[in-house]
Design a protein around this ligand. Structure first.
Ligand code: HEM
Length: 523
């Protein structure tokens, strides 16, 4: 027995040693990549590459990339090599090169390098992750649903969701209570996407345990080490992950969203119901009805079609991506904007003056045209998206060999390329004193002084956020609703300066932002 036990122990030790040797050699060989291609990189650490602080969640990806961008700029380099664990990533620092990759030479960089498994994880087959021709076809079909004309029609649905905001704040206003502003805005974000994408009237404020919110937040706020590990495997080794049957979205959540979309689709199609939301547009795509930018139209075609233009799983994937892509940036940006306005109450008062005078000119109604007439609001939001950009980097996969202009480097297919948006947004060359919140940076005069590409919270080029107009619109509608009714100030329980949570892949504060609100109408 003792001999068998000793033999087993020895076998395990030998296997571990073989595995360790393999990993060591793999890491050492992988970390030669940039040097052998003559590309500048910082000395990588075994296994971790240059991402130790990010992987160990001591620093967020945005900050890590900003530091590398600063290093490249200090050394006058247009690009540099970075290792995320063993994966080489080319980081761009030169504005012209960034513009080429994202726009002029887009045909070489069509895809986002993310995991997708249409069969086992249908929700992963969304616009963000789709690749090649499939992405191109779906994006061109979806784009009209996000046009200005269509959003103007949808504005009524957006405005309805904003009304709920005041119900909760009214309970705390004027009492000096600490208001967890991000929680309130997040609830509104759930309502907004629930209503505008899934066609629900979920009212998160009253029904805090609703299933829709539960699953959405489960996806977004699960910062467990296991999830981070699975995410990393899916990013680093997509083929191996598929073999191991790893998925990003669990079955219970997938089934919930699929059933939800199935029910809504069936109900609307059977009763030919029209509603001013994205679900309406998606059902039109499903039924091969052309999306008009000037009128809502019916979900059912006038002549029955042989084949559906989209499956329920595709629609669910799209709605889910609207939720995932739209919820967090909406709630963080709107909250950060209110935070900045609470620190600068003169600016807040000026903005309120603009809101009131524009609303007066529009018969006191919150309409699409009224929101579009608010210039200072636009500048405040753009400055928030610069300083607190939710997406800190943009990422592309090289899909066709690409020779980098003015260099000897040709990128092979499969190279990951990263644009450090947060680095650009905090670069004093484009934004002097970048830590200062100054909406004037977005005045026409100041805009003319720097390249337009130095501001890219929504990405750039054909793969830029499909919904940036809707994103801006919903945030503006929320801010107008709040600022015309309340004066906000920072509550003493907020820890300042705000630092960023290193566990969250997007820009997210590490401690709660508490504000106080006074109801203006009764001051
Ligand atoms: C509110 C602020 C928002 C910000 C800051 C934002 C930011 C972004 C960014 C940075 C990207 C990637 C762009 C790139 O790779 O170049 C993106 C893509 C995307 N966003 Fe947004 N987004 C916002 C709101 C929304 C909303 C509300 C929706 C949906 C209703 C949405 C849907 C999408 C989709 C579907 C993609 C993938 C587009 C594609 O790959 O073709 N976003 N967004």
């Amino acid at each position: 027995m003792a001999v068998i036990l000793a033999y087993l122990c020895l076998s395990v030790v030998v296997m571990l040693l073989v595995l360790l040797t393999f990993l060591l050699s793999y890491s050492v060989v992988a970390h030669r990549y940039w040097k052998s291609n003559g590309v500048f990189s910082l000395e990588p650490q075994l296994f971790f590459g240059n991402a130790k602080s990010v992987v160990l969640q001591k620093e967020g990806m945005g900050m890590g990339m900003k530091h590398f961008y600063d290093t490249l700029k200090r050394n006058g380099l247009a690009f540099g090599g970075y290792y995320f664990l063993t994966r080489p990533i080319l980081v761009l620092a030169d504005m012209k090169l960034i513009k080429d990759v994202l726009t002029t030479d887009f045909s070489h960089f069509v895809d986002h390098p993310f995991y997708i498994d249409e069969e086992k994880d249908p929700l992963s087959a969304n616009l963000y992750s789709l690749q090649g021709e499939k992405w191109k076809t779906r994006r061109s079909k979806l784009a009209p649903a996000f046009s200005a004309g269509r959003l103007k029609i949808m504005f009524e649905t957006i405005a309805k969701c904003c009304n709920q905001l005041t119900v909760v704040i009214d309970e705390s206003a004027g009492r000096g209570n600490a208001i967890d502003i991000m929680d309130i805005i997040a609830n509104m974000g759930v309502d907004m996407i629930g209503s505008c994408a899934f066609g629900l009237d979920c009212n998160s404020f009253k029904n805090t345990n609703n299933k829709f919110k539960h699953f959405g937040l489960q996806f977004l706020h699960n910062t467990s080490k296991w999830r981070a590990f699975v995410f990393m495997l899916l990013f680093m080794f997509p083929d191996l992950s598929k073999k191991l049957k790893l998925t990003l979205n669990n079955k219970e959540m997938t089934d919930f969203f699929l059933q939800l979309v199935r029910d809504v689709a069936q109900h609307r199609e059977e009763n030919n119901i029209s509603r001013k939301d994205f679900m309406h547009s998606l059902l039109q795509i499903k039924n091969n009805v052309e999306i008009s930018e000037t009128s809502l139209g019916s979900v059912m075609p006038s002549v029955r079609q042989e084949e559906d233009g989209a499956t329920i799983a595709e629609i669910a994937g799209h709605c889910f991506s609207f939720f995932v892509a739209g919820f967090e940036p909406f709630s963080t940006t709107t909250s950060f904007c209110l935070y900045e306005l609470s620190l600068n109450t003169t600016l807040q008062d000026n903005l309120r003056k603009e809101i009131n005078s524009v609303l007066d000119a529009h018969e006191g109604k919150l309409t699409y045209d009224a929101v579009m007439d608010m210039g200072l609001l636009d500048r405040c939001l753009k400055e928030t998206l610069r300083k607190h950009s939710p997406a800190t980097s943009h990422i592309r996969l090289c899909t066709k060999p690409y020779k980098i202009p003015n260099s000897n480097l040709t990128l092979p297919i499969g190279t990951t390329v990263l644009i450090p948006a947060y680095g650009l947004h905090m670069d004093p060359k484009y934004y002097p004193n970048p830590e200062i919140f100054d909406p004037d940076r977005f005045s026409e005069e100041n805009l003319a002084k720097r390249p337009a590409e130095s501001w890219m919270p929504f990405g750039l080029g054909p793969r830029q956020c499909v919904s940036y107009l809707f994103g801006l619109l919903e945030m503006k509608a929320g801010l107008v609703t709040l600022l015309k009714r309340y004066r906000f100030s920072l509550h003493p329980s907020t820890k300042t300066p705000i630092t960023m949570c290193p566990k969250n892949p997007v820009m997210y504060p590490s401690s709660t932002i508490y504000l106080s609100a006074e109801n203006i109408s009764i001051i």
